[in-house]
Design a protein around this ligand. Structure first.
Ligand code: KG4
Ligand code: ZN
Length: 366
């Protein structure tokens, strides 16, 4: 059965539970009227997300999170005009909680529902409550589960230029942080420590940056972080062998600075390649790693004169429901509706994303 209620651009409720943040948001028009993000700290002692704990926490929290969001927005449940929920990708148990909650809510109120792709939501995050950056643009999406370089030709008309062949960049930050002895999540800890250290004191590889690559070679835009992660682990092991844990601790700021610079050298260079290849004059950043201040700083300075960089405010870079509501409003305005058969799917397809077929295609310029 399809939810048939008319959407008249009234308040949109967004719900996000794909990983370890329980979040709800209310958009009134393009204004973010209410937004609650409840992060689960129960995972810290395990050094990573435990899927079962995440799902159970969402279940406990979702009602309260939505209630608090509606109160902050000054909107009653019955005034919600449309609902958007992350349907995937993500942890299946976690996704199921938000999706079924949103389905029940939409059905009870007779309001239309749309399923949202988590990474497309990251692509919209910069435009929450801000003037929208219209395609064409290059999007660099960097999170704990994905690393994607996308040419957005139009809305729902996306070409995947490159992606990671192994670990996502956020995952590499988290795992390398653990080998260096930092807490979880590792990204913010590495960024903090790197401010006190010097890149170049130790040397780590810059994967897949070979100068012989060209756009016809898939390696030109793709990423790989597992070799870098191994190199960082070997370096940490050598330091510990040479001088024990005290030596590793003393080296941590320099290790963090070198690891961060190695990752950013790759991210910035590949984004630059994408800008040159597509001719786009705008770059959109999204995903948890885009919270990194050094990434923002480097992209802005190294793209100067080539492209403007649009990044979400830090709170909207990591997982949140405001970006989900933003995609949902777009889709609802375009007349899209999900069926009540909508299900959570860890492999939920990215709407309108096609692989890059370089041979025989012309470069699309704006
Ligand atoms: O988008 P996100 O909140 O969740 C996923 O969709 O995966 O991204 C989480 C990731 C984690 O790996 C975390 O370490 C990373 O974003 N992250 C950072 C920073 N803040 C969060 N990585 C580097 N620097 C940061 N400041
Ligand atoms: Zn995310």
């Amino acid at each position: 059965m399809t939810q048939t209620g008319q959407f008249t651009d009234g308040p949109v409720l967004g719900v996000e539970t794909s990983c370890d943040e329980t979040s709800a948001a209310v958009l009134v028009g393009s204004r973010l009227a209410g937004h609650v993000i409840l992060s689960q700290d129960a995972h810290e002692r395990f050094g990573g997300i435990v899927p079962e704990i995440a799902a159970r926490a969402h279940l406990r929290q979702i009602d309260d999170v939505v209630t608090a969001t509606l109160a902050e927005a000054g909107v009653r449940a019955g005034e919600i005009d449309g609902v958007g929920v992350t349907a995937g990708p993500g942890l299946i148990g976690a996704l199921l909680v938000g999706l079924n909650w949103a389905k029940g809510f939409a059905y009870a109120l007779g309001r239309p529902l749309v399923g949202v792709h988590h990474m497309e939501a990251h692509l919209y995050a910069h435009s929450v409550g801000a003037p929208e950056v219209e395609p064409p643009f290059v999007a660099l999406l960097v999170s704990g589960g994905h690393t994607m370089l996308i040419h957005a030709i139009g809305w729902e008309n996306y070409r995947l230029l490159g992606e990671t062949r192994d670990d996502a960049v956020g995952e590499a930050f988290d795992k390398v942080a653990r080998t260096f002895g930092f807490g979880f999540p590792g990204g913010p800890e590495i960024e903090r420590a790197a401010r006190e250290g010097h890149p170049g004191h130790f040397r780590l590889p810059r994967p897949m940056l070979a100068s012989t690559d060209h756009p016809g070679d898939p390696a030109y835009f793709d990423f790989s972080f597992s070799g870098l992660k191994t190199a960082a682990a070997l370096l940490a092991a050598d330091l510990t062998t040479a001088g024990g844990s005290a030596r590793l601790e003393q080296a941590r700021p320099d290790l963090a600075a070198e690891f961060q610079e190695a990752v950013l050298d790759v991210l910035v260079a590949k984004t630059r390649r994408a800008v040159e290849y597509t001719g786009c004059t705008r770059v959109v950043l999204g995903g948890g790693v885009s919270r990194n201040g050094r990434l923002r700083e480097r992209l802005a300075s190294e793209m100067a004169g080539l492209a403007d960089v649009h990044a979400p405010p830090p709170r909207l870079a990591t997982d949140n429901a405001a970006m989900v509501a933003c995609v949902a409003r777009h889709r609802l305005l375009a007349g899209k509706r999900a069926d009540l058969s909508l299900n959570a799917d860890p492999a939920y397809p990215f709407p309108g994303l096609v692989p890059n077929i370089l041979q025989g295609t012309t470069c699309i310029r704006n």
